[in-house]
Design a protein around this ligand. Structure first.
Ligand SMILES: [Zn+2]
Length: 311
């Protein structure tokens, strides 16, 4: 580590839990963030400032004015331009820390692309807003032995749980199947920015422990918090691993199997996700076909920023 980096990260290096060896490990590490909304934009900024050397940001959505009260990375101009969140995040994060690798991908994480999009990641942070994606991440992470940190927030309530394959319970040990029926979302119940930053901070702390070489310090606990009803923060031990868990016990990764999924509306009100069916949709051809009807804008799906050469 050169002198400028030692100065930049000096207060983090002074913290005995990290030290110079831990900072070196962070600089050489790779984290993936799935979903760059409220939780994910906090993860991205915090990990970049901490010096995580490579960050992959995956998000399928666009910045809207209704995001701005809780999604710390984004600005009014991002919403005015309806920028993809992955693109706006890469641009902002590169201004926060120009010495790290950033990979922004405008994509919906699916069984068909998860291996490619999460390639090389040593940890996955959950910034999603749906259970389909969380069960997919859980299957992938357990199958590859990669830790992931579950996080969710709605209204004034949130929770987080680290999953370290082989040591802690996985998502399916705790909740064998995704919940059925409509779940409360930020669209139906609203959300406070303060619960988001609390949950995201817990996720980031666990990620820093793991990436700095101290995974053993991560406690197998579920943390819940309500910042409005007076109950505050509570922690319970995660249940032990279930030897008969279909995922981490029997290693049946059903959520990794490619299945047809219906079109789904996104968290934003003016967006629809169209999943691939029998053949991929040719967006160039669709662009040309819609052009006569009005203004049609196409955006790239990959955004990136590379670190400067090490001095
Ligand atoms: Zn399990």
């Amino acid at each position: 580590m050169d002198a400028s980096w030692r100065e930049r990260y000096s207060r983090q290096i002074l913290f005995p839990g990290i030290g110079e060896a831990g900072q070196e490990a962070l600089l050489g590490s790779h984290a993936a963030i799935v979903g760059c909304g409220a939780l994910g934009s906090f993860h991205a900024a915090a990990l970049a400032r901490a010096g995580v050397g490579c960050i992959t940001i995956i998000d399928r959505d666009f910045v809207e004015p209704g995001n701005l009260h809780r999604q710390w990375l984004f600005e009014e101009s991002d919403a005015a331009q309806a920028l993809p969140k992955a693109a706006a995040a890469v641009r902002r994060i590169a201004a926060i820390n120009s010495s790290i690798d950033l990979r922004g991908r405008v994509a919906d994480l699916t069984p068909g692309n998860i291996a490619e999009l999460l390639d090389g990641a040593q940890i996955v942070l959950d910034g999603t807003d749906n259970f389909d994606t969380r069960y997919l991440i859980n299957d992938f992470a357990v199958s590859r032995g990669i830790p992931w940190i579950y996080g969710a927030a709605v209204g004034s309530y949130g929770l987080s749980m680290p999953v370290i394959p082989g040591r802690t319970a996985c998502l399916r040990c705790v909740y064998p199947d995704p919940p059925s029926g409509a779940q409360p979302t930020c669209e139906t119940s609203g959300i406070l920015g303060a619960i988001v930053s609390l949950v995201a901070s817990l996720q980031v702390a666990a990620a820093l422990q793991i990436l700095s070489g101290h995974a053993a310090r991560v406690t197998a606990r579920i943390t819940t918090a309500d910042i409005w009803d007076g109950r505050g923060v509570r922690q319970i031990d995660s249940p032990p691993r279930d030897a008969d868990c279909p995922c981490c016990g029997r290693r049946e990764f059903v959520h990794l199997e490619d299945v047809r999924r219906p079109a789904a509306t996104l968290c934003g009100r003016n967006a629809v996700q169209i999943h691939e069916r029998k053949r991929p949709i040719d967006l160039q051809e669709l662009h040309a076909r819609l052009q006569p009807l009005g203004e049609v804008r196409a955006t790239s799906t990959c955004y990136g920023s590379s670190r400067r050469p090490t001095k």
